[in-house]
Design a protein around this ligand. Structure first.
Ligand code: ZN
Length: 480
């Protein structure tokens, strides 16, 4: 088979689940080149930026795998900081092309980037270094954004078309289809899942249209929970919460600001409706970003299905600073939902050390995956009764701690496989966004269960070259 003259290289900036960024240099037969990137996220995981992990993560965040001034366009899959957090850095380093994203992601992004900017400023102050970027870089980035409607094809240059499709992972999240067509060459079709879920309690997620399922396609798929299945989830958040409240305790639920935060509030409302939880128990929501996103949803500024607009529980209040100080010394039974999901940022940093040392308390993380170096990871590796260092503060862990994937925003292994089975002409699958051993095992499973020519694992060591006839070769980045 002759090699195609039109091809695209797929490079990944990360090997794990944070710092997601893919760069696609596209080479055309007329010698024209174009470079687009999908997402540009922050590496995450450190608790206070002072430990070794913090240094490594800081270094990773400062190093981009390409020169941003040579980038023509950026496509954003969804508004999570591990996919968007370094966009302002691209602009700081000279990127002036368009940033394409869904309408709701365009609404949500300013909140995430401004919050990220203030976290970075605090970290820089603590570490006595320069922040990764500043407010004007954030403004510059936001001025370059251009929203796209779901399902509408958009030509971003003479040869490249982009289409976004709704994705249940998050409000505004998109699957991204990139199609490269040069006269006389077969079309190259790449579908990036970003983080993916087939369902979302706040949305009626649209199905992928038939014309996409029929395409000769390369799918770049996430694998965060590629080796987990829904049946693996034994913890029941509602049962755990009810048990702690019955014994007069306090439950602290660290939650990601968008999606999880609101879903937990809805779950509590359902517990009240089913009389599983008394409406006398006070419910508190803390964290600027979580509160802002909740208000955007309640005000209808982003798409929420009508039946889910009223998701706040009874006896619920947002927390301001003076109230937070009271809650930190309060001993009455209550539920506090707070950012951040991994416990490493936001008011969770104040609540967790305070409540982790109390016997009648429960810290309930709402994710099975705990990024290495995060507070969630630290507590997961600490037994009850053992000492733990939380940002320099030593405490004995007395509270119960739980980690549940019950309300995960990511599809599990079986659902990812079902998703791949829907495509009728799958050429090649590249696995990304997972821990190295998960990516390995999930790739093996795809090979066994899916009708596909080849499966590859994306990381920083290899670049995959896809031509009009599928995979052409992998290139070791060291020899590139
Ligand atoms: Zn995500």
């Amino acid at each position: 088979m002759s090699k195609s003259r039109c091809f695209v290289d797929i490079m990944a900036s990360n090997a794990g689940v944070t710092g997601t960024c893919h760069v696609l240099p596209i080479k055309l037969p007329n010698k024209e080149e174009c470079k687009i990137a999908i997402d540009c996220g922050m590496f995450q995981g450190n608790v206070n930026g002072k430990n070794d992990d913090g240094d490594i993560i800081d270094k990773l965040n400062r190093n981009l795998i390409f020169d941003p001034s040579t980038l023509d366009a950026l496509l954003i899959s969804h508004n999570h900081i591990d996919h968007t957090g370094r966009i302002p850095l691209l602009c700081k380093k000279g990127f002036r092309g368009k940033i394409y994203l869904s309408e709701d992601t365009k609404t949500l992004l300013p909140y995430a980037l401004n919050d990220s900017c203030s976290v970075l400023n605090n970290l820089a102050e603590m570490r006595n270094t320069k922040a990764l970027y500043n407010e004007s870089d954030v403004s510059q980035a936001l001025s370059q954004t251009e929203s796209l409607h779901f399902k509408r094809k958009t030509k971003i240059n003479d040869y490249t078309t982009v289409t976004l499709f709704q994705n249940g992972h998050l409000i505004g999240a998109a699957l991204i289809l990139v199609q490269i067509k040069y006269p006389g060459e077969n079309q190259i079709n790449l579908l990036f899942t970003g983080d993916w879920n087939n369902k979302n309690v706040f949305l009626d997620v649209q199905k992928l249209p038939e014309w996409v399922l029929d395409l000769p396609l390369t799918v770049i798929i996430e694998s965060t929970y590629g080796t987990s299945n829904s049946s693996d989830v034994h913890e029941c958040l509602a049962d755990n919460v009810a048990r702690c409240i019955r014994s007069g305790g306090t439950v602290v639920i660290p939650a990601f600001a968008l999606g999880r935060f609101q879903e937990i509030l809805y779950l509590i409302k359902e517990m009240q409706r089913q009389k599983y939880l008394s409406s006398d128990i006070s419910i508190w929501g803390d964290g600027k970003l979580g509160i802002n996103y909740t208000k955007l949803m309640l005000e209808g500024k982003v798409l929420v299905k009508p039946s889910m607009m009223d998701f706040l529980p009874d006896n619920f209040n947002f927390v301001d600073k003076p109230t937070r100080n009271k809650l930190l010394v309060d001993t009455s039974s209550k539920i506090i939902v707070t950012t951040s999901g991994s416990g490493s940022y936001g008011p969770a940093i104040a609540y967790i050390p305070e409540y982790a040392k109390r016997k009648n308390a429960q810290i309930h993380f709402t994710s099975l995956f705990t990024p290495e170096g995060s507070l969630a990871y630290k507590l997961k590796n600490t037994k009850k009764g053992e000492a733990v260092d939380i940002g320099g503060r030593k405490i004995i862990l007395q509270a119960d701690t739980f980690y549940t994937g019950e309300i995960s925003a990511h599809a599990k292994g079986d659902e990812l496989i079902e998703f791949l089975k829907k495509f009728k002409n799958l050429q090649y699958v590249l696995v990304n966004h997972g821990e190295p051993d998960v990516k390995e095992k999930f790739s093996d499973r795809i090979l066994k269960e899916i009708d596909v020519k080849e499966v590859g694992i994306l990381n920083r060591d290899y670049v995959f070259r896809i031509g009009a006839y599928g995979l052409e070769k992998t290139i070791n980045t060291k020899y590139k």
